[in-house]
Design a protein. Structure first.
Length: 381
């Protein structure tokens, strides 16, 4: 439900006042302030679980304030506030932090963007790369999970579409979402047998989307296997007509599950494999579960044309799963998942071990933020 604009402004103004009062009180107690903002309404609740766990270790020295646009969501230190001009009236915030790119920031804060993907999936369509570059230049630091991601972001700023003297400092910090999932999945006993289908945003790269074939893929799996087929749409698409059409078509099938839950832990923990196109969640799933991924790539020849073929994401697909170029190839692959899992066991493990600060991301992030606020910039690497 869309909230009337006047109510959004009023609620945001009220939150701005409350946030400033809370900051003043906390500053009196010598606390440092982190303002974490969720700019994407539809993905807010999907990020809360691991972000809160990350900041739980900051409590003694810091106050962490969360801004969001989800109507009716209430929790301690969470405030409904629309991203906009009111941010400039939030004072004395030490760190502005986000895992989705923002365009407005709190007054005179150090700005940190933490990349929310462990893979090197394409950041955006090449046509939008210049726009993304300009938006990221507003940040002081970019946190990435591993060296491959660091190289990818450094490459983004080598293409100087803007006349800039300073670029964000890019630092490897590990991947706290993956640390969370691995810890949760360890010792988990599979109670179900799912195949989860998780496409990327179909508006992202139209030539590579699985959406045009999704209906046939789901039907084939429902008709020819005993697995429960879980359709988990990209959060930003979950209310779209395309997604709802698929949901309504299969909703009466007892083995079809439409999943838009905030935390995908249970789904991933109980899945035999994941089917996707170019979604970054492929590698998160593979690393957390050790299970194979089936990458549907009907337009494989387009990778060169799009400038994607040399990205590690595409080079590493066969290390965590297999590539299917047609709908008809998917069912035979599903029927030999156990064999595929054995074949990719070592290569999957090797990629996982390349992630910097695996299992130690929380400690690493806090250490860096402590150094930033102590002005010990030369010690950060």
């Amino acid at each position: 439900m869309n909230i009337p604009k006047i109510i959004v402004i009023f609620k945001s103004l009220l939150s701005t006042i409350k946030i400033n009062i809370l900051i003043i009180y906390s500053k009196i107690k010598n606390k440092k302030i982190i303002f974490y903002y969720h700019p994407k309404k539809l993905s807010t609740l999907n990020n809360i679980y691991y972000i809160e766990e990350l900041f739980n270790g900051f409590k003694d020295e810091y106050l962490v304030i969360y801004g969001h646009e989800v109507e009716g969501y209430k929790n301690k230190n969470y405030f409904f506030i629309q991203q906009g001009f009111l941010f400039r009236f939030i004072f004395n915030v030490d760190i502005f932090f986000s895992v989705n790119v923002c365009d407005k920031f709190t007054h005179k804060s150090t700005k940190i963007y933490m990349h929310h993907d462990v893979s090197t999936a394409p950041l955006v369509d090449l046509k939008k790369e210049t726009e993304l570059q300009g938006r990221l230049l507003n940040y002081d630091y970019i946190f990435v999970p591993e060296k491959k991601s660091q190289v990818m972001f450094e490459g983004l700023f080598l293409n100087k579409s803007f006349n800039f003297k300073k670029t964000p400092k890019i630092l490897c910090v590990g991947y706290c979402k993956l640390d969370y999932l691995i810890k949760k999945i360890e010792g988990h006993k599979n109670l179900e047998e799912y195949i989860v289908i998780a496409p990327t945003d179909y508006r992202h790269v139209d030539k590579l989307t699985i959406f045009n074939d999704l209906e046939n893929i789901i039907k084939s799996l429902l008709d020819n296997t005993k697995f429960k087929i879980v359709f988990r749409p990209y959060p930003g698409n979950k209310q779209s007509n395309k997604v709802l059409e698929i949901k309504n078509q299969f909703l009466n099938n007892k083995n079809f599950i439409f999943d838009i839950s905030e935390n995908y832990f249970d789904i991933y923990a109980n899945s035999k494999c994941l089917i996707t196109d170019i979604s970054g969640t492929a590698f998160t799933f593979a690393y957390a579960t050790g299970k194979p991924v089936i990458f549907f790539s009907k337009m494989e020849n387009s990778l060169d044309d799009l400038g994607f073929s040399k990205l590690d994401y595409f080079q590493d697909r066969n290390k965590v799963g297999v590539v299917a170029k047609t709908v008809n190839e998917i069912l035979p692959l599903v029927k030999k998942l156990s064999l595929i899992e054995k074949e990719i066991k070592e290569t999957n493990k090797n990629l996982l071990e390349q992630i910097d600060y695996l299992g130690r991301s929380h400690k690493r992030i806090k250490e860096i933020i402590d150094l930033i606020l102590s002005k010990n910039y030369t010690d950060i690497n």
